[in-house]
Design a protein around this ligand. Sequence first.
Ligand code: RFL
Ligand code: PHB
Length: 391
Amino acid sequence: MKTQVGIIGAGPAGLFLAHLLKQQGVDSVILEARSYDYVLGRVRAGVLEAGTIDTMHNLGLGERMEREGLVDDGLDMRFRHRNIHLDLPGLTGRAVKIYGQQEVVKDLIDARLEAGDPLIFDAEVVRLEGLDGDTPKIHYRHEGVDKVLDCALVAGCDGFHGIARASVPAGVIETITKSYDFAWLGVLAKARPIADMTYTNHDNGFALCSRRSLEVSRLYLQVGANENPEDWSDARFWDELHTRMFDADKTEIAEGEIFQRDMARLRSYIAHPMQYGNLFLAGDAVHIVPPAGAKGLNMAVADVRVLARAMVAFFSTGARSGLDRYSDDCEARVYKTIRFSVYLTGLLHKFDDMSPFDRAMQFSELDFIAGSETAQRVIAEQYVALSDVSD
Ligand code: RFL
Ligand code: PHB
């Protein structure tokens, strides 16, 4: 099989890239290690920045998002029985949208399959060859058979544990990391959500109340990195959430059936440069953010907007300048996004190694934000629009 761009991974990065290329007449094949059902069942992000929303619309794929997505114009941060309300449109003129990552992925996959464009599930890439030459080959295994995809360019959109970054010769890519000794336990519950996206910093730890619809809440608790989600019975989860949200009399947060649980360990990770020869890395394959800023998916979309533009220029004029600049063009935006995510993580979580002094400083910063519209605007501006990319 032969194509212009071989894309590894059918997560948001790979799917958006394929659609952006197709819109400009560039062919691609997506190879995805997992099955259709597995990919659609993976519950993750929920917050779409303006740049991601616009990209869905520009691709003609925004119709269901517009119908079913929820506009989120308030962001609350609680601490010590106080609440900071950030009026996102009032502070920035913009809002974000709540629309589950698996819904975004479903819309993109269904459109691709309906158009008859190649997206092969259960196709695990096992080896990359000739990345430093003009005729890279992607070796993959599909239905027990070894196959090869020939292409001009390879897009490594295969997430943190993928093969693309690992295929680059040692010493080319430098990485910097920060890991946290806690995780987020996430659940979906059939329970009426509270009005605003609400983060809280409680002495028992962080919690977050988000939503997926008017009937489904998406809820998170900070837990130890090695905890087992099954140890969190429904009753234990709800009790802890009420406590951390300062809802001791249980009148604010509605309970309901928990029908999904997942655990995500928090880490920050940056690999640089985001390219080698004719391999280009995007999304979680090349940087991971802690989820407190709701940025991972949005950053992946911004990466592939830059990458698609460079690839289209290459195929239409032969110019390599955009490809050669890809990593540099992304760098400042990526670092700003990671910095914001790390900042919010630090502001809102309880760290085991915090001294009473550290804790006092954290609450003093929240107190300052509560009293300063300028400080609120700084946070709101980064929450709604760090992933802007000019076209
Ligand atoms: P993905 O989604 O991991 O997709 C990679 C795909 O590559 C496939 N793959 C392979 N395919 C073929 N051959 C191989 N050898 C392969 N190896 C891997 C995998 O099966 C997979 O399908 O990466 P991508 O596309 O870069 O997308 C990144 C986002 O998924 C991620 O950043 C976000 O989910 C992060 N995130 C959030 N981002 C937001 O923008 N807003 C949010 O509100 C938000 N909330 C979150 C989040 C992530 C969370 N977790 C699970 C850490 C909340 C949580 C709890
Ligand atoms: C979500 O709705 O899943 C969500 C919201 C905000 C975050 C992370 C995840 O910071």
